[in-house]
Write a protein that binds this ligand. Structure first.
Ligand SMILES: *Cc1c(COP(=O)(O)O)cnc(C)c1O
Length: 508
């Protein structure tokens, strides 16, 4: 694959009005013709980026020191011509960027970024909407509320659910846990926090194998402490063992803990596993616990009828989180938190500041997102989701999701058919798939295979064939591909798999 190559067209220098201190004069933005020329230059850069995206190397393979040196610039004192600034895009920025939108970017669980989302972000920036309060963003607020309602309807969640966009699944999980904690604490948690004299040891439950790191961060951030995260044994298929969960809850209560939340996986991070939501909802209902579904990578799969069995009971969850910047393909950042009872969000986040309300209620009093989430000032994340949903429709997203799943299933078939690779998980039903390079001659030597698998992932990445990372499944290093890009073709899977095989043979 080639490196990102686009060179800018020669562009006439524009005479720029520089700011002056004369506050009696109007501030001069760029004249419309100049701004248009600059904008066209930028859109040309973006257009070329998308034109090349299927063929470019996903990872630049430059060292941090090399990249740092390029940007080791002095603080600008005098202003610069915007064309000069834009020129850095082609010469310095793109050639040293990872291309998450590449059909061969299989790292983390990264979304591929769609075109209309890029345009939406530009428009949102131009308006400079602040989605904190309604008065600062009337249309934008209503678009966010409508988009939240659409997403809730799409995945078959509560029709009158509330929710909001947050930066990512990590923040969405954190906000969900805070809402759960507020809702289940028996003392005045808002006033006294976890330091109240009657405070109990509040605990959260989720499957041990696939626990996402965001929950470790969340319990830490909320001051609960990492021990509050109680890891329940998993079944052979990586789902939570519900009988073990019940036993753990009983034992913990007997030991003086106060369970308040169960988290179910809606597509887990290494193998795309789905917990049994109905069973978890039953346990939560019987014991008056909050039930949260972390569907960061998979909850949107509920739009596929063929996956319906996995989503039975998700509508009973108190909250569901998922990332629009993953499978939905919107540019970063956009995660969504849905809460069945929007009042509980308000209870967890309401603000009381006179300078935020500053007027008696009137016909212009609207929905203020600052009362429903952790942010006061908020960017307009909803616009790119709203536009993406309108451009593709549910039908289009079904097609996109199915093609990514088809790629994961194809990869599984290649692994099954090969003597040199080993299956480590059930056939994938989502776009995430883990497997292991394990030729027969080395199968007795796990330590050697761990090393070899890591080297294969490193080599395929630095040789710029594809971006691949490893994980550990049941303690052993495995390849892990997140095939989240709507641009990935079967040919990308075939060529990546063949390259892995070849590199494995070469290295062992
Ligand atoms: C990606 C992911 C998260 C975290 O989401 P970010 O958007 O990266 O913050 C949480 N849980 C799961 C299962 C994920 O796949």
């Amino acid at each position: 694959m080639s490196s990102l190559r686009w060179q800018p067209q020669a562009c006439p220098t524009i005479m720029l009005p520089m700011p002056t201190t004369d506050a009696t004069a109007p501030f001069v933005d760029l004249p419309a013709e100049s701004f248009r020329a600059l904008g066209h230059e930028a859109i040309d850069l973006i257009t070329q980026f998308f034109a090349d995206i299927n063929e470019v190397a996903p990872f630049p393979a430059r060292t941090p020191a090399d990249v740092r040196a390029l940007f080791d610039l002095r603080l600008p004192t005098a202003g610069e011509d915007p064309h000069t600034i834009l020129a850095d895009w082609s010469t310095k920025i793109l050639p040293n960027s990872s291309v998450l939108g590449s059909p061969r970017w299989f790292g983390f669980v990264n979304g591929s970024g769609n075109q209309i989302g890029a345009i939406a972000d530009a428009l949102a920036s131009a308006l400079n909407a602040n989605l904190g309060g309604w008065k600062a963003s009337p249309a934008a607020t209503e678009i966010e509320r409508r988009t939240i309602a659409w997403l809730s309807e799409m995945i078959g969640y509560a029709p009158d659910a509330g929710g909001l966009f947050l930066s990512g699944g990590t923040m969405a999980n954190m906000a969900a846990l805070r809402t759960a904690l507020r809702s289940k604490a028996t003392w005045d948690l808002a006033a006294e926090g976890l330091q109240a004299s009657g405070a109990r040891r509040m605990t959260i439950y989720m499957a041990d194998h696939e626990t996402h790191v965001s929950f470790q961060g969340a319990v830490d951030f909320l001051g609960l402490g990492q021990q509050a995260l109680r890891k329940v044994p998993s079944n052979a298929d990586f789902t939570i063992d519900v009988a073990a969960l019940e036993a753990m809850l009983d034992a913990d209560i007997a030991a003086g803990m106060t369970p308040f939340c169960i988290v179910g996986h809606g597509g887990s991070i290494n193998v795309g596993a789905f917990d049994d939501f109905d069973a978890l909802a039953d346990v939560a209902a019987r014991r008056n616990l909050w039930f949260h579904v972390d569907g960061a990578c998979g909850a949107l799969g509920a739009i596929l009828p063929e996956l319906a069995a996995h989503f039975r009971g998700m509508d009973r969850a108190d909250s569901v989180s998922f990332d629009a910047h993953k499978w939905l393909g919107t540019p970063y950042e956009a995660a969504c938190l849905l809460v069945r009872n929007p009042d509980s969000l308000q209870q967890a986040f309401v603000t009381h500041a006179t300078y935020l309300l500053s007027s008696t209620p009137s016909e212009y009093t609207g929905f203020n997102y600052f009362d429903y989430g952790p942010q006061l000032s908020r960017g307009w994340r909803a616009l790119k989701v709203w536009m993406s949903l309108r451009q593709y429709g549910v039908d289009g997203y079904q097609a996109i999701f199915r093609r990514t799943i088809a790629c994961a299933k194809h990869l599984h078939a290649l692994v099954v058919a090969s003597d040199e690779f080993e299956v480590v998980q059930p056939e994938p039903e989502l776009y995430i798939y883990s497997f292991r390079y394990a030729p027969a001659a080395l199968r007795h030597d796990d330590a050697a295979l761990d090393l070899l698998n890591q080297r294969i992932a490193d080599e395929i990445t630095t040789r710029q064939v594809a971006f691949v990372m490893t994980t550990r499944i049941r303690g052993r290093v495995t390849q892990r591909l997140s095939i989240c890009s709507h641009r990935t073709r079967i040919k990308d899977i075939d060529e990546t798999f063949e390259a892995m095989r070849g590199i494995g043979e070469e290295l062992r």
